[in-house]
Design a protein around this ligand. Structure first.
Ligand SMILES: [Zn+2]
Length: 334
């Protein structure tokens, strides 16, 4: 199949449009079809999580739907199963905040879900955040890119971003199952309100559970379910002075090739508030596609084996981060 290179990673329909000036996303043409091959156990687990979160019962995880609440409960249950402790001081795993959609809309209470894997006793207070938003568009029509007659249909958001949530759950299990506590704290966050303007990540940066000064890296997983031709996009790799060397190492034994975006990361996903606070960030994305923000972003189009390959690469990267001196933040050139 011939590949076409598309110069935008992510295009929003609202005023936060930001074009990416580099070719992070490589698309195999034409439309992606369901994956026929499958896959190792981790890949199957992640695919199953995507299926659960994108099922009709979850109502597209739109703000104000009971499906969004059910998704939060599901994620909390998985954090508990993995053995994480609550990252919310009240023990609920939920960090709530109010979203006021405007003069006509009624106020909504949204919730980040935060789980924590503690560092070894007596070790450094340094923390790594691994995040992915779990909200999506519900039944539109806000931010839908569907044709007019489908804008009010269910938007399941399998790739955007049930895939990222599946990945953080997999990583939580992986690091918790090591049996030893890591040398740094790992904080797993499923953010809400991303589609409305990174509300959950902005709220977290304003109300962190550990001081931002101790937060050495934030990794954001947003749309990681459609790896094509074994290429994975990763940007922000210039925001930490040691990231490129760590990525060189992580990719050594991987089937994946990294397409690095350097400073060319978009400002409309959950890593952005962290970068603005001077925290080194990595933005991981397998690429945009024609189903994004449309009812056709369904679980059958997820490349489960690609997600399995990503998990292995990310585990290696995070392992290195846990054992290394903290990366120094490098500001993006103006
Ligand atoms: Zn997203």
């Amino acid at each position: 199949m011939s590949a076409i290179v598309v110069p935008q990673m992510k295009i929003k329909t609202n005023s936060r449009h930001r074009l990416l000036q580099f070719a992070l996303c490589v698309f195999a043409a034409p439309t992606i079809t369901a994956q026929s091959h499958c896959c190792d156990t981790a890949a199957q687990r992640m695919k199953q999580t995507v299926e659960i979160l994108s099922a009709p019962a979850m109502e597209g995880r739109g703000p104000g739907t009971s499906g969004l609440d059910a998704s939060a409960e599901f994620i909390r249950g998985e954090f508990r199963k993995a053995g994480l402790k609550s990252g919310a001081p009240d023990g609920t795993f939920f960090q709530s905040f109010v979203y006021a959609p405007g003069p006509s809309g009624k106020e909504l209470r949204l919730r980040n879900v935060i789980g924590e894997l503690e560092a070894t006793t007596g070790s450094t207070q340094e923390s790594i955040i691994i995040g992915a938003h779990y909200d999506h568009l519900g039944f539109g029509p806000a931010f839908s890119l569907a044709p007019e007659d489908q804008k009010h249909s269910l938007h399941p958001g399998a790739d955007d971003n049930a895939s990222g949530v599946a990945m953080i759950l997999e990583l939580a299990h992986y690091f918790a199952d090591q049996g030893i506590h890591p040398h740094k704290r790992i904080i797993f966050i499923a953010f809400s309100g991303e589609e409305e303007g990174d509300l959950g990540s902005h709220y977290y940066v304003g109300h962190p559970i550990v001081p931002l000064a101790d937060t050495i890296t934030m990794i954001n997983l947003d749309m990681v379910g459609r790896v094509r031709e074994n290429i994975l996009g990763i940007a922000g790799n210039k925001s930490g002075d040691s990231f490129d060397a760590m990525l060189d190492h992580a990719v050594l034994k991987s089937r994946l090739t990294l397409m690095r975006g350097g400073d060319q990361y978009p400002d409309d996903s959950d890593h952005a508030p962290f970068a603005a606070a001077g925290i080194p960030i990595l933005y991981v994305c397998s690429g945009s596609h024609e189903d994004r923000h449309r009812p056709s972003d369904t679980a059958d189009k997820i490349n489960a084996q690609g997600m399995g390959d990503e998990a292995i690469l990310l585990e290696s990267l995070i392992d290195t981060l846990l054992q290394s001196p903290r990366p120094h933040f490098v500001a993006r050139p103006q």
